[in-house]
Design a protein around this ligand. Sequence first.
Ligand code: FAD
Length: 301
Amino acid sequence: MYTSFLNDLSSILDSSAICCHANMAHYTSFKAGGHADILLFISDEQQLQTSLALLKSYHFPYMIIGNGTNLLVKDTGYPGILIRFSNENIAPAINDTIIEAHAGTSLSTLSQSAASAGLGGLEFLSGIPGTIGGAIYMNAGAYGGEIKDVLSHVQVLQPNGSKTTLPAENLGFSYRTSLFQSNSNIILRAAFQTTFASPASIYNKMNSFNALRREKQPLDYPSAGSTFKRPPGHYAGQLIEQCGLKGRGVGGAKVSEKHAGFIINYNRATAQDILDTIDMVSRAVLKTFDIQLEPEVQILG
Ligand SMILES: Cc1cc2nc3c(=O)[nH]c(=O)nc-3n(C[C@H](O)[C@H](O)[C@H](O)COP(=O)(O)OP(=O)(O)OC[C@H]3O[C@@H](n4cnc5c(N)ncnc54)[C@H](O)[C@@H]3O)c2cc1C
């Protein structure tokens, strides 16, 4: 089915950037789930554009991913092509208080670069293990900040293959939501508005946020962070804990004893174990509190 496509693709990408029948447990932070028919590792915008044009000419389903820290691929796999768009080799560019970076840059690299240049405001992002692209798509946030608060503008690749720059105000952000969840634009680059601050005060903030994470979150186990979105007026973790579900789960997945908002893969869970645990938790919270939880983790396949 993919023979001719792979043949054409070999003139665009090195063979090391093409993985057939890719085990997505290796590329997602849940460390569970099925295979993608093909996984491409792309770091360069031009290669991304050319590969996408080829892909579209074959009409294969595809999706862009970042670090896979908010993804669960079903055990039956993803029937199509996943493109891992990441790049840690291009340092963010700084112009006065604006810092601009490739969408595949990790949030920790972004916030470290800002900190070492004495640019504050991005500290809350430093412990989120995703890329800039994934974080903008999700409007990721922590400790009172959301990425929308510090984003200035993005450069995107539109479905028609052209690039355009969009200001943050036009990106339909709200809690864990952005316009990117309802269009097929791919985020290529992003620029952030920071403020001058002393590197020492920035590192202090980052260190205290990250110490809080280590204290409160089950970072020793594979997960996708908070499994559910926060229902209006509540915290998902508190509701789950009040249902007595800490430590309860299905197969190798369970609600973390350390933080009930996290479902963890503690013993070789399948994606179905995780999905069944999500279902069990959702039903219990609905029954007890009449509140419908909505998963934050993106489910593929
Ligand atoms: C231990 C742990 C702690 C976490 N803590 C937090 C937290 O404090 N706050 C928080 O908000 N999240 C948190 N998360 C969840 C996750 O890290 C964030 O949602 C992160 O922003 C996802 O980025 P990613 O690169 O891994 O995206 P992925 O999981 O790879 O993808 C997520 C979505 O983004 C889309 N996407 C990725 N790149 C692009 C692109 N370039 N263009 C368009 N769409 C794209 C994908 O299609 C997918 O739908 C945590 C996760 C873990 C494992």
